[in-house]
Design a protein around this ligand. Structure first.
Ligand code: SF4
Length: 353
């Protein structure tokens, strides 16, 4: 199949079948960047309200750069992968402080920004500036592997190079933005992972996977993500109607979000006696009333599965507790307003409302 024919078929299909989404009708690099970062690892239905909230709260990159980091993370709450929100904010500051508020206008320039990889740089460069550089995301891998019958592992370096080269050969030089939108939308709507609509597909007569019965075998993805199992034990220390929390600072999940005093263990803890060797928590135990543990809350991230139990420790009003320095007492209202991991929010809603 000729490259031009493929690109034209996708563009024609796109004109009739695409979904109207707010970031598709703008050439503003800032809005496109926001939408791309929000939609990484996120479904459109989930990301759309966040896009609307961010563009309303921060209509320009200058507004985003000037916002307090905690406010940005709070607005991001619920989307997960919080490093995206921190990178977003830092990059906005960099653009304002170092680039006079102007986005780089080329793929190569965009790639130098923190949090912008090849996919996002290609999306912004093509959608905002019509640079003919191809996007390669999961949808593109699927469409190209099926149409051209390519069974190279898409997680291998060789596969990534092969698909990127092919995608860049196929992109329309006349309409790079529409072509990139079209191939991604085609993968999301027509050539879907488990039930592609082959009967009404404009490229079906040329599709190698269709002709050879390999639709469900492509694309090939060999590597399986290894999931790390983690067990969190949270201690919710309550005194005078306030609760001790800390801001997470370690290089770990949920950096800068707020949670409670935490001890991580190798497995689910069956009895509070298992913390006998931990002097810090034993000192707090000796000053408080220990309530039975909560149910187990589970949170699944791409590479981790976290199971958490919470214990409420109630301290008498008059004593001075021996708390670790990172903990500070917050009122319920303050807790409502600080950014928290979804797992902590779920527990909070179940037990404090
Ligand atoms: S024929 Fe089916 S598998 Fe091939 S591109 Fe069309 S929808 Fe995808």
């Amino acid at each position: 199949m000729n490259n031009k024919f493929f690109a034209n078929e996708l563009i024609k299909w796109y004109e009739y079948h695409h979904r109207d989404l707010p970031w598709r009708s703008t050439r503003n690099a800032y809005y496109i960047w926001l939408s791309e970062i929000i939609l990484q690892q996120t479904r459109i239905a989930q990301g759309l309200p966040y896009y609307e909230r961010f563009t309303e709260a921060y209509p320009t990159v200058i507004d985003l750069a000037n916002a307090p980091e905690q406010e940005v993370i709070r607005l991001w709450q619920g989307l997960g992968y919080y490093s995206r929100a921190r990178n977003l904010h830092q990059t906005a500051k960099y653009i304002v402080e170092e680039l006079n508020g102007a986005f780089p206008t080329t793929y190569a320039g965009l790639l130098k920004l923190k949090g912008i990889g090849p996919y996002t740089a290609a999306a912004i460069a093509s959608f905002a500036y019509d640079e003919p550089v191809a996007v390669v995301d999961g949808n593109v891998y699927r469409v190209l592997s099926r149409v051209f019958g390519i069974d190279t592992d898409i997680t291998s370096g060789e596969g990534q190079r092969q698909f990127a080269n092919l995608a860049n050969e196929l992109i329309s030089r006349e309409q790079p933005a529409t072509y990139n939108q079209a191939i991604m939308e085609f993968g999301a709507v027509q050539c879907t992972p488990s039930s592609p609509d082959c009967l009404l597909c404009p490229v079906q007569p040329h599709c190698v996977a269709f002709a050879t019965g390999r639709i469900h075998l492509l694309p090939v993805k060999v590597k399986k993500t290894k999931v790390r199992e983690r067990f969190f034990n949270y201690f919710v220390i309550v005194q005078n109607g306030r609760i001790a929390m800390r801001q997470r600072t370690d290089k770990d999940v949920w950096q800068k979000l707020f949670d409670f005093y935490l001890i991580e263990t190798e497995a689910i803890v069956q009895s509070i006696d298992e913390f006998i060797d931990n002097q810090t928590i034993n000192a707090i135990f000796s000053q408080t009333t220990i309530n039975p543990p909560s149910r187990i809350f589970t949170h699944i991230l791409t590479h981790q599965r976290i199971q958490a139990q919470f214990w409420v420790l109630e301290a008498p009003p008059e004593i001075t507790l021996n708390l670790p320095p990172e903990l500070a007492f917050l009122t319920e209202e303050e807790i409502e307003n600080v950014p928290k991991p979804v797992l902590v929010t779920s527990y909070w809603k179940e037990h404090f409302f």
